[in-house]
Write a protein that binds this ligand. Structure first.
Ligand code: ADP
Length: 490
């Protein structure tokens, strides 16, 4: 008889301090909403653990108590609810003393860090460890605790010191710049044994670091692109963690984030007046005209529009665009920029637009609708980031038939394939990559893109290659499942 053995269902607890659309300060929130849903889609039993901020408690009318307990930090209850749409089970830590307050997840309304952040996220980590141990109050037991960023970093440390059978742990870095560094005096207050306070533990330059704890004790470490996983092992991008990361390089890997393919779909994008797909690009020409009209650019089908949508910060390398502007502005192109951030960059871009009416448009601010219209109406997307753990905009732009020009770093290097004779022939080319962080290299690369734009056949192939790439969360979920399987064999 032929029996088909199905792989056993893995149980994964995804531990996070943000979840879109309820609480978001960065990309972690998007990942937290999308990845557990994609894991469930592939038959895994993924569930989420989050702090009970007011926005989260208010969002779920139906929730039930699954456990209560007294911790070093006070009384806390564990509630359960289901995420709407995806039906992902959510465990919410209800601890009013730590989470019930007005303000952001990490800061008050004046931008000051909450003084008890160590306690707030130690509780998140403590619950995660508890649920992954024999002492769990639940009958459901995760095979893997998937910890995200410093806020969940203590979970592998707590788990290490618990007895009995334990879940495996994965620590994912979404933002290495934030490391959860606190006074060493908190070690015992947070319920960690003093012996954990060593170089081979939670100690980090004389302090306690939650992220360091996660990176040291977790069974596996991941970040959001393979190239970034390499780059953070060096001093330039390692933010002080490079030594530990290099030492653990055998357990460190990069898995690219996916994109929300429903929100970012040129075939039915709600912000667009006309729609298109890889085989029907006429709608894109309509979007271009609508964009030129909206931004006050000269109505001209022939000129490629170079676009930027970005936080205006040093990381994003937009100072290079400014420095190359005299060169770029001479090209037969138009410029459409949307962004906000550093006031010096904002002013410089405003002046650029003033000096070149009809040719350069600069919108300072955050505008979701305009971001979609620029992705659709522009022709070439500029993303010269100095570093980029994964990056989303280059993926959106490929999906919208707007090949990107990117610096060869992190997720940009992993998602964009430079146009060459070879990559054109094998249909892998999706954009343009430059490898020297210099205005002249950016300008050269843009010139190459503008010249390719002049060749209709090449351009169409480039667009179609990018538009048919798989940037789905299902793809990322498969890679995470393969990683979990290394820790929990069938
Ligand atoms: P990062 O997370 O480092 O800012 P990403 O490329 O990963 O960079 O993601 C940026 C996200 O923020 C994208 O969804 C992009 O469209 C959006 N975004 C950035 N700046 C703006 C803006 N000024 N207006 C609208 N959307 C923006």
């Amino acid at each position: 008889m032929n029996t088909l053995a199905l792989p056993a269902k893995l149980s994964v607890l995804f531990v996070t301090s943000e979840i879109y659309p309820l609480v978001k300060t960065g990309g972690l929130a998007d990942v937290s909403a999308a990845l557990p849903a994609a894991l469930r889609h592939q038959g895994m039993d993924a569930r989420i653990l989050v702090p009970g901020y007011p926005q989260i408690l208010a969002a779920f009318k139906i929730k039930w108590v699954v456990a209560t307990g007294l911790f070093e930090f006070g009384e806390a209850r564990l509630l359960s609810a289901l995420l709407p749409d995806s039906d992902v089970p959510l465990y919410i830590i209800d601890c009013p003393a730590l989470y019930q307050r007005e303000g952001g997840p990490y800061q008050d309304n004046h931008g000051n860090d909450w003084v008890d952040n160590a306690l707030r996220f130690a509780l998140l980590s403590r619950f995660a460890a508890l649920l992954g141990s024999d002492e769990s109050p639940l009958t459901w037991r995760p095979d893997v605790i998937h910890c995200n960023d410093w806020q969940a970093g203590l979970a592998p440390a707590y788990l290490h010191y618990l007895r009995g059978k334990k879940a495996a742990t994965v620590m994912t870095i979404h933002n290495l710049a934030y490391q959860g560094v606190f006074p060493s005096s908190l070690v015992t207050q947070l319920g960690l044994p003093m012996e954990s306070y060593s170089m081979h533990g939670v100690e980090y330059f004389g302090h306690l670091s939650f992220l360091k704890a996660g990176l040291h004790y977790a069974d596996r470490i991941t970040t959001v692109s393979p190239t970034y996983a390499e780059e953070i092992q060096d001093e330039t991008l390692g933010f002080g963690m490079q030594g530990l990361l290099a030492q653990r390089s055998d357990q460190l890997s990069g898995i690219l984030n996916g994109i929300d393919e429903e929100q970012w779909n040129p075939a039915n994008d709600r912000y667009l007046g006309s729609h298109f797909d890889a085989d029907h690009l006429e709608g894109k020409a309509e979007c271009k005209r609508a964009l030129q009209r909206r931004l006050g650019l000269e109505m001209n089908d022939k000129l490629p529009i170079l676009a930027v949508i970005s936080r205006l910060t040093h990381q994003k390398g937009l100072d290079l665009v400014l420095e190359a502007a005299t060169d770029l502005i001479k090209l037969p192109t138009q410029l459409a920029i949307l962004g906000s951030g550093d006031s010096g960059l904002e002013l410089a871009f405003r002046l650029l637009a003033q000096d070149h009416p009809g040719k350069a448009s600069v919108t300072i601010g955050y505008d979701e609708g305009l971001a979609h219209q620029i992705e659709a109406g522009a022709d070439i997307f500029l993303m010269p980031s100095r570093f980029e753990p994964c990056g989303l905009n280059q993926m959106y732009s490929m999906r919208y038939g707007t090949p990107p020009v990117v610096f060869a770093t992190g997720g940009l290097a992993d998602t964009v394939v430079d146009l060459t004779d070879k990559t054109l022939a094998d249909s892998s080319a999706t954009g343009f990559v430059f490898d020297k962080m210099k205005p002249s290299s950016l300008a050269e690369c843009v010139k190459k893109a503008v010249s390719a734009y002049g060749n209709k056949k090449t351009w169409r192939r480039l667009q179609q290659n990018g538009m048919s790439r798989d940037f789905s969360w299902d793809h990322s979920a498969k890679e995470y499942i393969a990683l979990y399987r290394q820790l929990v064999p069938d």
